[in-house]
Design a protein around this ligand. Structure first.
Ligand code: ATP
Ligand code: MG
Length: 399
């Protein structure tokens, strides 16, 4: 049976939430590989073991596990009986034809009833490997590390340690609503909060039919991509053009962007309440554009009572772009579209909108009916990863 040994950072675990962390991580691992010949998942001391059918697709399993947050590193391992002679024989067979100049054996013995200690197992296996391969033992900088784990009912050995995505398992930090625009920044902001253990619900505001529908297509692609990390996501598409039209009818140009943003926050807050989410996430970065000065950010956030998370606030554009490339969102984000906030606004919006001035402008609007309009006309899309497969033929039917 093929198996994957998953390790997590013990330091990330505070005492009280250890079990919760591990349960979430196990659920997420199962969700990520459930269509790849998954058989079973078990907690072992300090690690998690995922068992697969023999013929499972190793490369795909590797890609999937690499995008599960909370995984520090993992390795593919072979299972044998917890018996030294068998273990030795299987390791030697698996190493036939492999060339390496130096190696080390690292044994972890979780079953203290096993007759040998870990260093004794290291030495005995090491001697056999050395005899077959003529490679030297190097405890510091070995070219090949053979990791052995001895448990009460099974033993495992494996080679390469593959780095995981780190962070915290999605779900342990609770649920938040991410405002996603189709630009470069907000998908990166979403990714960073997911990596801190948040489960995201997405909201996108579009100005269709006043503008074309490209931003909606982009956001759907972005959410599908980001769903690799949380396995199921919901996207609320809110028609914003009519709301903007009402703002434009009574508000002078320089204030419009700030009023658009305040409306976005109010509607996102209403969605967050419905979804039982406890914060909003935006891709705002201090000073990046006129609407993101300290003065404007505070006037904007005054519209909502929810906590607003801005994971990019201290990042440079070039750092954000680097990360967007790494997580694969950049190529989608740079497809040209028509940004709803550019609708009916001047090239130079106010950089220092005062709250009093903004409240005066809003007093001419029926804010509640605008929120209701957005909520009532919302379209909801659900995403799954792996994408739901049509029901497969059951074994009996096939026979
Ligand atoms: P981005 O690259 O994410 O579009 P930006 O640099 O263009 O960000 P703004 O246009 O000021 O900055 O938007 C700031 C944040 O407001 C975005 O990161 C996003 O979280 C939210 N936002 C802006 N427009 C929309 C929209 N149409 N739908 C949902 N959220 C939006
Ligand atoms: Mg934008």
């Amino acid at each position: 049976m093929r198996s994957v040994l998953v390790r997590y950072h013990e330091v990330a675990l505070k005492k009280g939430n250890r079990r919760y962390f591990i349960e979430r991580l196990k659920e997420n691992l199962v969700a990520s590989v459930r269509d790849l010949g998954f058989r079973e998942i078990k907690s072992l001391p300090g690690r998690i073991l995922v068992l697969f059918e023999r013929e499972s697709d190793t490369e795909e399993i590797r890609r999937r596990v690499q995008s599960v947050f909370g995984v520090a590193n993992f390795s593919f391992a072979v299972r044998t009986e917890p018996d030294l002679a068998l273990l030795k024989q299987q390791i030697l067979t698996s190493l036939e034809g492999t060339r390496f100049a130096s190696f080390r054996v690292q044994t972890k013995r979780a079953d203290k009833r096993f007759p040998l200690t870990s260093p004794e197992i290291d030495r005995q296996l090491g001697a056999a490997i050395q005899e077959q391969s003529h490679a030297r033992v190097d405890l510091e900088n070995a070219e090949l590390t053979i990791a052995v784990e001895v448990l009460p009912d099974d033993a495992f050995f494996g080679y390469e340690k593959i780095p995981g995505a780190g962070g915290l398992p999605v779900g342990v930090s609770g649920r938040v609503v991410a405002l996603i625009s189709g630009g470069i920044d907000s998908p990166v902001a979403a990714y960073r909060m997911m990596r801190r253990g948040c489960r995201l619900v997405y909201v996108h505001f579009h100005s269709f039919p006043f503008l074309d529908a490209t931003s909606q297509h982009k956001v759907r692609e972005l959410v599908q991509l980001l769903t690799r990390h949380q396995f199921r996501s919901r996207l609320y598409l809110v028609p914003f053009g009519e709301i903007q039209r009402r703002i434009v009818a009574s508000v002078l140009r320089p204030l419009r962007v700030v009023l658009y943003r305040r409306m976005m926050l109010r509607i996102a807050e209403a969605i967050a309440r419905k979804e039982k989410a406890s914060a909003l996430v935006t891709g705002e970065s201090l000073g990046q554009v006129a609407s993101q000065t300290l003065a404007n950010l505070s006037v904007i956030e005054e519209a909502s009572r929810l906590l607003i998370l801005r994971p990019l606030v201290g990042m440079d554009k070039s750092e954000i772009i680097d990360q967007a490339r790494k997580i694969g969102t950049f190529e989608i984000s740079v497809i040209p579209d028509q940004d709803c906030c550019q609708l009916f606004v001047p090239r130079h919006p106010a950089t220092n909108a005062g709250l009093a001035e903004v409240l005066r402008a809003e007093s001419a609007l029926d804010i509640q009916s605008m929120i209701d309009f957005g909520i009532e006309n919302v379209a909801i899309h659900d995403f799954h990863f792996p994408e739901l497969l049509p029901k497969t033929i059951s074994d009996e039917e096939r026979a």
